[in-house]
Design a protein around this ligand. Structure first.
Ligand code: 2AM
Ligand code: CA
Length: 255
């Protein structure tokens, strides 16, 4: 395991435990830019801890975070951090939330960690070395058809109408569609074969960077919904076991 992955794992676990501690407190919640886009003290505290720890151990890299933006550093190396993915779940005590930390060198994803403290699960991937859940090596599912698939999606407030149509279209074809509320964790669940496919619109790099590497290192495929572009800045993501990617895309694009 490289130093970078060890650092990401240590920091994600520390931040996850901090989030767990904040769950017992009354939550101060404020709305951000849009209705239903909320942030809690826990988001800010987790982010402060992560930035401090990454800066101390690895001072040269840029750090991109959800809440405080870009902490400037080298162009070559970048951490991409969501200190709490699934804030709405967290705020209601629903256990599907996580810390997501990815590390990029020269624009390529090198390491990614998704830690869900209430589930007690830590997913980690390193470019070229595979992905693991704890000690267990990960593999995407072998489901071949949407008809046999358990899929998941997320609803961004700007896209409810399209989401509704696509949710209905996939529900009519697949075994199931879930809407779990933490994109980073949903992607980790594709990597370990619980979900066969996931799609969402309106996500940002911090929601998808670690999960994208987890899936690619587990044998899956990650693109945008529309085409083969990289999803991190493109505005949509389609992430599957690879086998049903084209079929799921065609169901979504004709919905
Ligand atoms: P967050 O909890 O870090 O904000 C849920 O579908 C996914 O979308 C989550 O990963 C969530 O990340 C993100 N999300 C939820 N509401 C959002 C909003 N209003 N704007 C941007 N992202 C949002
Ligand atoms: Ca977040």
């Amino acid at each position: 395991m490289t130093d970078v992955l060890t650092l990401a794992l240590d920091v994600a676990r520390e931040a996850g435990e901090l989030l767990r501690g904040h769950l017992r407190e009354p939550l101060a919640i404020r709305e951000k830019r849009e209705r239903a886009d909320i942030v809690t003290l826990a988001d800010d505290a987790s982010e402060a801890l992560i930035v401090k720890r990454l800066r101390a151990a690895h001072p040269s890299a840029t750090i991109l975070t959800e809440e405080s933006g870009v902490h400037a550093g080298s162009d070559e190396e970048r951490w991409i951090v969501d200190p709490l993915d699934g804030t709405t779940n967290f705020a209601h005590g629903y256990p599907l939330f996580c810390v997501s930390i990815a590390y990029e060198r020269a624009g390529e994803l090198i390491a990614g960690v998704v830690y869900a403290p209430l589930m007690g699960e830590c997913f980690a991937a390193e470019r070229g070395s595979g992905a693991r859940l704890g000690e267990l090596p990960l593999r995407v599912s072998s489901i071949e058809r949407v008809a046999d698939a358990m899929t998941c999606t997320g609803f961004h407030p700007a896209h409810y109408e399209r989401n509704g149509k696509q949710f209905a279209a996939v529900s009519n074809r697949a075994q199931a569609v879930r809407r779990d509320g933490s994109a980073a964790l949903d992607l980790a669940y594709v990597a370990c074969g619980r979900f066969d496919g996931f799609w969402e619109f309106g996500l940002s790099a911090w929601d998808v960077a670690a999960g994208t590497l987890l899936i690619r290192e587990s044998g899956g495929r990650v693109t945008t919904v529309e085409d083969e572009s990289e999803p991190s800045t493109a505005g949509s993501i389609l992430a599957t076991n690879g086998r049903l990617h084209d079929e799921l895309r065609s169901v979504l694009l004709t919905a």
